[in-house]
Design a protein. Structure first.
Length: 501
């Protein structure tokens, strides 16, 4: 016997069913509005393209990219570059108005929008001169300590940068202690004498306190840049044995910062992916682990996938890329394997590492930009919370430079004309700074499309962005989001952002 219902009851049941369906569907599966598109390809740089729309999915997503914002991974700190002495020196060559405008371009969220910057504790190889804050005869009481050098142009520029981005995160890294603390008596190469550990910890603390007093608090510090090389004494450098870093952090620097209520975080290693075993051994020490927030990585030797080994054992420690450029991570990546059960987004597979020396190509070309986009995707998909490239600014000859290496900056200021040019890494950086702001989380994107690397973010305001870097042939690909899909054309050698709410 059937049961009849009237029109009012039917309408009520229909409304209830729709409500249940609406409650069952996650919010991310019901995106509102259109998909905005920004693309770099050929001669276009971060150009606005026609908007896309989501539509009901058709067919299988097997040949496309599947997005799942419900599965999230690391929270992003941001993207940035190193304000070395050389970079600050070059920016200081601009007149006051041009300097202000340029720093606004670098740091303001509406422009390039850098959120992280790295500074040097004393001089690195990229400096106008070699200096520490207490050079000369032994000074165990640090009575001679002074940051006057940095007051000339580094600190003023950091203040302007923080004006344009009040949330700018500052990392500090030393290349060498003062010469009198070392066995060879010079900042060039060599190693720190173990008996100097206590005074060197005080030296770093005084640096942090001095910067705080100047209105530029430092958020994180590494005990040493590139712990396992002295560069043959050709530049400021210092070798740190693994056991010495353990003792220094656990018995000197960590306790001293804690006792003096200095909130600056400690990041260890500050060197290459091939040293992942050293990192594991250090973090196994409970006293080191107590004082260490995370690990600073460089991409010059080894594969970024090694970072997964550290993350899997110490998931509470953060991973940061603190030197190099986006493209370096591309060139040194081995077989594409990713953390957190995330095998997709491979992009191209280079045939092994290059020892950090990239093939020469036009630094402003679309090919460079696309390769840089792939490198950044590889780093982020392997747990990096930030990427800091080396040298925000240099001149047309890679100067000032007191060391043996010759690289170009994220930007170039011509030493004669003061004309500013922007590298391929600059434009790749812009795609990422506009995709993931501070507090964004990487979310799951799956799918292997030949030549295409992909990484996706959900920002604190709910905006979502996927970055697609294509170093292969021009192609049209599908992206699937729940029961919806869209299609996008990717030119050869391109980086494309898709953004929606």
């Amino acid at each position: 016997m059937s049961q009849r219902i009237n029109r009012r009851e039917f309408s009520g049941l229909l409304a209830g069913g729709i409500a249940l369906l609406s409650e069952a569907a996650p919010a991310w599966a019901q995106p509102a509005g259109t998909i905005s598109v920004r693309q770099t390809a050929d001669t276009k740089r971060f150009a606005e393209e026609p908007a896309l729309k989501w539509r009901p999915a058709e067919g299988s997503p097997a040949d496309g990219i599947v997005l799942d914002p419900s599965r999230t991974y690391q929270e992003m700190l941001g993207f940035g570059g190193a304000l070395t002495d050389a970079s600050a020196y070059m920016i200081n060559q601009l007149d006051a108005a041009a300097r202000e405008k340029f720093l606004h371009e670098l740091y303001h969220p509406s422009e390039l929008g850098l959120e992280v910057t790295r500074i040097c504790v004393g001089s690195s190889d990229y400096a106008a001169s070699m200096y520490s804050y207490d050079e000369g005869d032994p000074d165990p009481e640090l009575q001679r300590f002074s940051i006057d050098h940095d007051k000339q142009y580094i600190l003023p520029q950091l203040r302007i940068a923080r004006k344009h981005n009040p949330d700018l995160y500052v990392l500090a890294s030393p290349w060498s202690p003062p010469g009198w603390m070392k066995a060879n008596g010079t900042m060039l190469g060599g190693s720190l004498k173990p008996k100097s550990f206590p005074v060197y910890a005080k030296y770093l603390m005084k640096f942090l306190q001095s910067y705080q007093a100047e209105g530029v608090p430092v958020d994180a510090i590494t005990p040493q840049n590139e712990v396992d090389t002295d560069q043959d004494g050709r530049m400021p450098a210092c070798v740190w044995a693994q056991e010495h870093e353990i003792v220094f952090v656990s018995e000197h620097l960590g306790p001293l910062l804690e006792q003096n209520k200095i909130a600056t975080k400690i990041w260890i290693l500050d060197h290459n992916f091939n040293l992942w075993g050293r990192v594991i051994n250090e973090l196994e020490n409970p006293l080191v682990s107590r004082y260490v927030d995370g690990v600073a990585w460089h991409p010059y030797v080894g594969s970024v996938t090694a970072v997964n080994r550290v993350h899997d054992l110490f998931p509470d420690k953060n991973m940061y890329s603190t030197e190099g450029d986006f493209e370096a991570t591309f060139s040194l990546l081995g077989p594409m394997t990713f953390g957190a059960g995330d095998p997709g987004g491979a992009g191209p597979e280079p045939a092994g590492g290059t020892g950090g020396r990239l093939p020469r190509r036009d630094p402003q070309s679309a090919e460079t930009i696309a390769r840089a986009g792939v490198g950044a995707a590889n780093a982020v998909r392997n747990w990096m919370k930030c990427i800091i490239v080396w040298n925000l600014v240099l001149d047309e000859n890679g100067k000032p430079n007191i060391g043996p290496f010759n690289v170009s900056g994220l930007t170039t200021i011509n030493s004669r004309t003061k004309e500013i040019t922007r590298s391929g890494n600059y434009w790749a950086m812009k795609h990422y700074t506009h995709a993931a702001r501070r507090g964004a989380k990487r979310f799951d994107s799956q799918g292997a499309v030949e030549g295409v690397a992909h990484v996706a973010f959900v920002n604190p305001n709910g905006a979502k962005t996927v970055v697609l870097s294509n170093t292969g042939a021009a192609r049209r690909i599908q992206l699937h989001l729940g029961d919806l899909m869209t299609e996008i054309s990717l030119p050869q050698n391109s980086v494309t952002n898709l953004n929606w709410v």
